[in-house]
Design a protein around this ligand. Structure first.
Ligand code: FAD
Length: 603
């Protein structure tokens, strides 16, 4: 079989914030670096991030500190986070943001010229460094500008389909060019996975076509552990109308700027259900909530800024109990602030320019004058590759992971803004330690038969031809299944049925065929994505069956309460020798006393 070969010390798979930051750091470590991405450089998911980067810079509220950020992240994650990662993240995020600024990133500014920070759900103080609602674009632009001067070799529009392993350690990767269909073989001493999320396993999602759980699957197939796969985040506010835009994100920044949620009767229903562990931090009344959004340090946050898992469930309750909006969501209203602010329309357009254009162009709604209709959308996966907190190395030597495809920092639920800071903090660490690994690792041997097998498998859909079932039918059926059976509200019976269906879909995936040839063939790409989609869907379902409690993003109607026994471990997913999927429990190591005291004192 013919293929081009490329040699790098470190190969980074994925060019979002985590991949770019890892590549920059690995390159600074003096090794040769290759960077592969499925789409064009600069088009990764990170570019879509709107609200901002969470970092305790304390520019807007000097009561903020790494300790408060750490306590917020642990509370948000319902204490099953990898506490060491949460600690490193809270401590290092401010330096990573300042570094980005030094590399040329523009931020909105306070009156005295410092980086402005905004309120976001679950963060006690205004903490998100931002540029209007286009922060991800600025982050990618800056990292890309910085990265291209480091001598990183970029391989765009190339999808990796398999990692190559020699004697238990990864030594390379095999993939294809999306345009021409030609195969590529990458040899490397160390690899960093930075492939983002799994949102496309669900029907309603804010994620773009690229997020089919490839990195999770590549790691799992190479023998690495996955962790926390039951924890999928359903963001409370996605667009719901018109149907063609269903799922597109409406940033939490809208609520941070004073937007409120109302049901069909006009009631601010979020005041009706405030969890006990957030009661002390949450406003008692609408007036106090408004003052908080305007920077009054004596006020507590409005309940619209409770964590995403909770807000999503309250919205689902309103809809199920018949108090939803005409198209099956609830109302999110920022236009009401005209009652409080002079020039409110200009203010909204300045703070939320993308939201203004998104609704105007896609739904013909002027958000400065009327409410939006919103509902939950699959947004983020807390679960991913199990990594060491300091180095980001997985359980397979030489294989590192960072960003959304790695697990640990977020526990059962991620706070908004904590992803962009995660990418910078742990992207840097992954790059640094991958370079260190590569410097001392000998070149591994590539098994040609393994490469040939991967190529034959990739071409199998052509052998079967276009006569049989197409890949999209299987993909749609899987997305429908995951949305309905393993979605926001779960139960044992549905999930067991889902497992049976997934097995049938696997059979169907083995039979799908495509026509045409390897050049510009999206049907072929969709056929190859099915393996990842099926693997992550099974991992989510098996883990969700095993966690017989409700915690964070994982809600079981048959076990609606949190069970302290389940708070003592994470769930691990591993491939068995015979190719089956096994779920086991890994006890959470005891937290250092100093960190326990922080959590106990910052209530
Ligand atoms: C609309 C939206 C708004 C958001 N807003 C915020 C926010 O304000 N703050 C915040 O903290 N978080 C936000 N998030 C979440 C955050 O943007 C993501 O979690 C984060 O950007 C993920 O970054 P990453 O580097 O891990 O991966 P990504 O940016 O998702 O990049 C993944 C890369 O991997 C590549 N890739 C994938 N599979 C393969 C393969 N098989 N072979 C080769 N390459 C591959 C892709 O092409 C891409 O280059 C938002 C998410 C969305 C969707």
């Amino acid at each position: 079989m013919e293929y081009q070969t490329h040699d790098h010390d470190v190969l980074v798979i994925g060019a979002g914030g985590a991949g770019l930051r890892a590549a920059i750091e690995a390159s600074a470590g003096g090794v040769s670096v290759g960077l592969v991405c499925k789409s064009l450089l600069g088009k990764a998911h990170t570019v879509m991030a709107e609200g901002g980067i969470a970092a305790a810079l304390a520019n807007v509220d000097d009561r903020d500190s790494w300790q408060v950020h750490f306590a917020d992240t642990m509370r948000g994650g319902q204490y099953v986070n990898n506490w060491r990662m949460a600690e490193l993240h809270a401590k290092e995020a401010p330096d990573r943001v300042r570094e980005l600024e030094a590399w040329g990133a523009m931020f909105d500014r306070t009156k005295d010229g410092r980086i402005l920070q905004r309120n976001f759900g679950g963060h006690r103080y205004p903490r998100l460094a931002h540029v209007g609602d286009r922060t991800g674009l600025e982050m990618i632009r800056t990292l890309q500008d910085h990265g291209i001067h480091q001598g990183i070799e970029v391989h765009m529009e190339c999808t990796i389909v398999q990692l190559l392993v020699d004697d238990g350690r990864v030594v390379g990767a095999f993939g294809y060019e999306r345009e021409r269909g030609r195969f590529k073989l990458f040899r490397a001493r160390a690899l960093v996975l930075a492939t983002g999320g799994i949102g496309r396993a669900f029907k309603i999602t804010s994620n773009s076509w690229e997020y089919t759980g490839d990195g999770h699957t590549l790691a799992y197939d190479a023998g690495a552990d996955l962790m926390d796969m039951e924890f999928v985040q359903f963001h409370p506010t996605g667009m719901i109308w018109p149907p063609s835009v269903r799922g597109i994100l409406v940033t939490e920044g809208v609520r941070g700027e004073g937007g409120v949620l109302r049901n069909a009767a006009g009631r601010r229903f979020m005041f009706d259900d405030i969890p006990d562990n957030y009661r002390a931090q949450t406003a008692d009344n609408e007036e106090e909530g408004w003052r908080y959004t305007q920077g009054d340090k004596t006020a507590r946050r409005p309940p619209e800024l409770l964590t995403r898992d909770h807000v999503s469930r309250c919205i689902v309750r309103e809809i199920k109990e018949g108090r939803g909006s005409p198209h099956g969501g609830v109302f999110l209203d920022i236009s009401w602030i005209k009652e409080r602010l002079p020039h409110a329309a200009e203010h909204i357009k300045k703070k939320l320019p993308s939201m203004y254009h998104q609704f105007k162009q896609l739904a013909d709604i002027d958000i400065t004058r009327e409410p939006m209709e919103v509902g939950p959308t699959t947004h983020y996966v807390m679960g991913g590759v199990r990594v060491d907190a300091e180095t980001q190395m997985s359980t397979v030597p030489g294989l590192f992971a960072a960003g959304e495809c790695a697990a640990g920092i977020n526990g059962a639920n991620r706070l908004g803004g904590n992803s962009l800071s995660d990418l910078l903090v742990f992207g840097k660490r992954a790059g640094e330690f991958a370079a260190a690994f590569a410097r001392q690792a000998p070149k591994g041997a590539i098994d040609d038969r393994e490469v040939d097998r991967a190529a034959t498998e990739a071409l199998a859909p052509f052998e079967r031809g276009a006569g049989g079932e197409g890949p999209y039918q299987v993909q749609y059926a899987l997305q429908e299944l995951m949305q309905n059976m393993v979605g926001i509200v779960r139960n044992d019976a549905d999930m067991r049925r889902a497992l049976d269906c997934l097995e049938q879909f696997r059979e169907r995936a083995r039979r799908v065929g495509v026509g045409g040839h390897r050049e510009y063939n999206p049907g072929w790409h969709a056929a190859l994505d099915l393996h990842s989609l099926l693997t992550v869907s099974e991992a989510v379902t098996r883990s969700a069956i095993e966690r017989r409690e409700s915690r964070g993003g994982h809600f079981r109607e048959d076990y609606p309460d949190k069970d302290p026994q389940f708070g003592a471990f994470n769930l691990i997913v591993r491939k068995t020798r015979d190719g089956g999927m096994e779920v086991s429990r890994a006890p959470i190591p005891p937290m250092r006393d100093e960190l326990k005291t922080i959590i106990e004192t910052i209530k």
